[in-house]
Design a protein around this ligand. Structure first.
Ligand code: HXC
Length: 519
């Protein structure tokens, strides 16, 4: 074979590998409205930046006459490239080869890029579209999954790990995405479940479709498994690029600041009127967030899940921050099991990756009731509390309105090492709301008043008295629990100044193997 022939052989092999399972399967993939594994990588990474590994890998299975059916790349495309010029490692499962199912060699390819991402300290993005374990390989395939899980666990808190689900993801295969930091699911064509509809029917006699059991909106709104949903794969990949812009490369780095085009001392007069006079009236905390952050840009995480708490990424003076805000427009912003889980996970992510936390508080307390108690609100609420208490990143808290009881302590209070705690003049920081407090304190005296009108007046007077004394920020400020009471329209500037002052903050937790967060 001449040198030229050898080069031609290489080019032919590459062309063959790029066809994956063949043109007809690529056409079938497109007919379902899905992109191929390589097309997805092209859209995700900066143009021309992808460097592929292991194109010549083939599976080694000989059972079921599998040696007669081999494909170059063996069903997963792996390598590295850049996103906005920053290094990332990727794998993208190729449904056109054995339905993207995972073989021993397929898993080895993924493990290789995971190891390289850890060594380089660069994010890892996995695109999932797979029929699960390669049935012909059996136990080899299970071992491959476990090798990946172990690496997901070791990488957790070291490099950001992001999973896109653009097709089936079922059985044990769901656990690799579940171990990563963020999951993105496409509304069409993607689903995740531990057991599919057929098994569900056999075991529980329930009739359920793929979509109803594990579609994107189910996991976005009910289970909270997915953090993001996208209408199209193109939109999903663009969102992953955007998400990465808020994250550092690894836990030892900080996010490089962006150039800020929004004046840092911009006053927003609307914020001086946003809180309704009636404390029971809702308002949309997202309006507050949009008014405060650079150019009103906010990337919401878990948008459809536990909407009584809003979390997401934004920037102040170009500095990436995580925002956690009670949402008075949904269930009065009360903390329940799901909001606690959502908040805890987000706070821990930000703390692991050196992203300062900005907390906007308007919380009437924890949600009462048997559903919550039986579901373990005590443990889940403790998670959120734990997450804030262990976080050592800069923590800035702004109390907008209510901050009652245990929920007050949870929401980045001074005693949980909140660094700078400001309150608006509308803040009400107390053990509980006025009417609840008076019911407890004056129940006996009220009972003794026989005339209903007189009793109502007695209670109303006591409520007013309590409100005057406690439904304000000054009682907390007098003890130094609130560092200052600030004018709402000036909040952006005050947050930016606070962030600047905390840029060199250092705080440590005691050395330990790991903590025992109430899971
Ligand atoms: C080998 C597989 C495969 C698998 C699909 N294929 N899944 N090959 N192992 N797990 C092949 C098909 O034979 C077919 O090959 C091609 O991929 C496309 O599959 P279709 O069925 O034609 O596609 P579609 O109709 O879109 O259905 C997709 C699907 C279905 C829903 C994923 O293929 C399916 O149910 N597959 C089996 C899923 C499963 O039971 N997996 C094991 C789960 S257990 P040709 O040659 O015709 O193109 C598991 C344990 C993991 O994953 C544990 C980890 C700890």
């Amino acid at each position: 074979m001449t040198f030229e022939d050898k080069i031609q052989l290489l080019l032919d092999s590459r062309a063959k590998a790029r066809l994956g399972g063949g043109q007809s399967r690529i056409d079938a993939q497109h007919a379902k409205g899905k992109l191929t594994a390589r097309e997805r990588i092209e859209l995700l990474l900066d143009e021309g930046s992808f460097e592929e590994f292991d194109m010549f890998v083939r599976h080694r299975c000989t059972d079921f006459e599998m040696q007669k059916q081999t494909f170059l790349s063996d069903g997963v495309i792996t390598g590295y490239g850049t996103i906005d010029g920053r290094l990332v490692y990727v794998f993208s499962q190729d449904f056109t080869v054995f339905g993207g199912s995972l073989s021993e060699t397929f898993a080895k390819k993924i493990c290789k890029v995971m190891d390289m991402a850890m060594k380089a300290g660069a994010p890892l993005i996995g695109i999932n579209d797979s029929g699960g374990a390669r049935i012909q390989e059996g136990v080899q395939s299970l071992a491959g999954y476990a090798e990946i899980f172990q690496r997901n666990i070791m990488a957790s808190g070291v490099i950001p790990q992001i999973s896109a689900i653009f097709g089936p993801c079922a059985g044990g295969a769901v656990y690799s995405p579940a171990l990563t930091d963020f999951i993105m699911m496409s509304k069409e064509n993607s689903y995740m479940f531990v057991t599919g509809p057929k098994v569900v029917k056999t075991v529980t006699n329930e009739d359920v479709t793929d979509d109803k059991l594990g579609g994107a909106m189910v996991h976005a709104s009910k289970s909270g498994v997915t953090h993001f949903v996208c209408e199209t794969e193109q939109e999903g990949l663009a969102m992953i690029r955007k998400l990465l812009s808020y994250l550092p490369q690894n836990n030892l780095e900080e996010v490089a600041p962006m150039v800020c085009t929004d004046p840092i001392d911009r006053l927003d007069d609307d914020l001086n009127t946003i809180i309704p006079d009636n404390p029971n009236k809702p308002y949309d905390v997202k309006e507050v967030i949009n008014a405060l952050v650079d150019n009103g840009e906010f990337l919401e995480v878990h948008r459809y899940f536990a909407q009584n708490l809003v979390v997401g990424f934004a920037r102040f003076n170009g500095i990436s921050v995580g925002i956690v805000a009670n949402q008075p427009a949904v269930f009065a912003g009360v903390l329940d099991i799901n909001a606690s889980r959502k908040g805890a996970r987000f706070v821990r992510f930000c703390d692991a990756f050196n992203i300062p936390l900005i907390t906007l508080v308007d919380v009437p307390g924890f949600l009462p009731g048997t559903t919550q108690e039986y579901g373990g609100i005590i443990i889940h609420g403790a998670k959120f509390l734990f997450a804030y208490g262990e976080a050592t990143v800069p923590k800035i808290t702004i109390t907008l309105r209510k901050s009652y009881g245990g929920a007050h302590c949870v929401m980045s209070s001074k005693q949980l090492r909140g660094d700078i705690n400001y309150a608006w003049p509308s803040a009400e920081i107390a053990v509980m709301g006025a009417s609840g407090a008076i019911e407890v304190l004056y129940a006996r005296q009220a009972k003794e008043i026989s005339d209903p009108e007189e009793r109502a007046k007695f209670i109303a007077d006591k409520v007013k008295e309590y409100e005057n004394k406690f439904a304000n920020p000054y009682n907390a400020a007098q003890y130094g629990y609130i560092d200052d009471v600030i004018e709402p329209r000036n909040t952006r500037f005050r947050i930016i100044r606070a962030l600047q002052s905390l840029a060199t903050k250092k705080d440590m937790n005691p050395l330990k193997k790991h903590d025992n967060i109430p899971l």
